[in-house]
Design a protein around this ligand. Structure first.
Ligand SMILES: O=C(O)C(=O)C[C@]1(C(=O)O)C=C[C@@H](O)C=C1
Length: 290
């Protein structure tokens, strides 16, 4: 089973993938394929180069990962799982703190450390890279460069932890989603859980089509009427005109539950487009820690 992740070795996405692989007891069959960026994970999946992909979705400090949301809207990917990873950004370098002139990281990494960087490195040049581990790899070349990445990544690339805990807030978590091709029913069946006590979550995207008062209110009302708990609602530009949005909605429940089916049935005629992204076991922070 080939699992596409953001590379090179040492990304938080790799950590998320390993966490999910362990949970599913797939250690003996899973092989990681490292991709240059998040888009490439989706392309690899669509081209049949991997069976599963793991991609970051949202972070507790910096918010949604736009490219993942766009690719879920545009492509064929279907969500079959989620996992949450604790983020512990450090500043890694070959040199010393006083040598650092350039700081590299994934845009999410830089965003999660913005205040800290201003306070400790007001004159440093900030440069974005494809991932935190890509930043670490580049930092091995010059002493004046440093990367925002995980402590494990320091070990992978032989870098020093020049400053631990560089993120703006102590508690920092990123939620990742596990994706497969929409029509890969065999794989979906294989990975399905038999545990009847597992709580499920469902993700959809809706486009309202007509801008009218109360349009979103009436959709949300369908969930409220059936006592379905929403866990996330996020808008993203429709990319048609300014001020036009699609809404990403996550809620508790499985599409195979009658109550969820009914709610979707009632919502469908009210929207211009409804895309079902998938129903999958909810990450349980009480049982799963990292
Ligand atoms: O660059 C990495 O290590 C990633 O796995 C990507 C990513 C992200 O896009 O959110 C994942 C977790 C952290 O929030 C920072 C970066």
């Amino acid at each position: 089973m080939i699992i596409g992740v953001l590379g090179p070795k040492g990304t938080y996405t790799e950590k998320a993938a390993r966490q999910w692989i362990e949970k599913k007891e797939l250690e003996n069959e899973a092989v990681l394929e490292y991709c240059a960026d998040i888009q490439d994970v989706f392309f690899l999946l669509e081209d049949g180069g991997c069976d599963i992909g793991v991609v970051p979705m949202e972070n507790s400090i910096e918010g949604s990962v736009g490219v993942t949301m766009d690719m879920l809207m545009e492509g064929e990917a279907h969500i079959i799982g989620e996992t949450v990873v604790t983020i512990e950004h450090c500043l890694l370098s070959r040199g010393k703190k006083e040598d650092i002139k350039i700081i590299l990281s994934h845009p999410q990494g830089i965003g999660q450390c913005r205040h800290s960087l201003k306070e400790h490195f007001p004159d440093a040049e900030l440069r974005t890279t494809g991932s935190t581990s890509h930043a670490a790899k580049l930092s091995t070349e010059f002493e004046e460069m440093a990367a925002i990445a995980s402590p494990d990544t320091a070990e992978v690339y032989g870098l020093n932890i020049v400053m631990p805990d560089i993120q703006d807030r102590k508690h920092n978590h990123t939620r990742f989603v596990v994706i497969t091709k929409l029509d890969d029913d065999e794989l979906k069946d294989k990975l399905k859980s038999d545990d009847p006590d597992i709580a499920y979550k469902t993700s959809i995207i809706v486009y309202l089509d007509r801008d009218r008062p109360g349009a979103l209110y009436s959709i949300l009302g369908e969930f409220a009427k059936s006592n379905i708990n929403l866990t996330r609602i996020e808008s993203r530009p429709s990319k048609k005109v300014l001020g036009d949005y699609v809404f990403y909605i996550d809620f508790e429940g499985n599409i195979s539950d009658a109550i969820i089916k009914d709610a979707i049935y009632n919502i469908e005629p009210q929207v211009g487009m409804l895309k079902m992204l998938g129903s999958y076991p909810e990450f349980d922070s009480h049982c799963e820690s990292n």
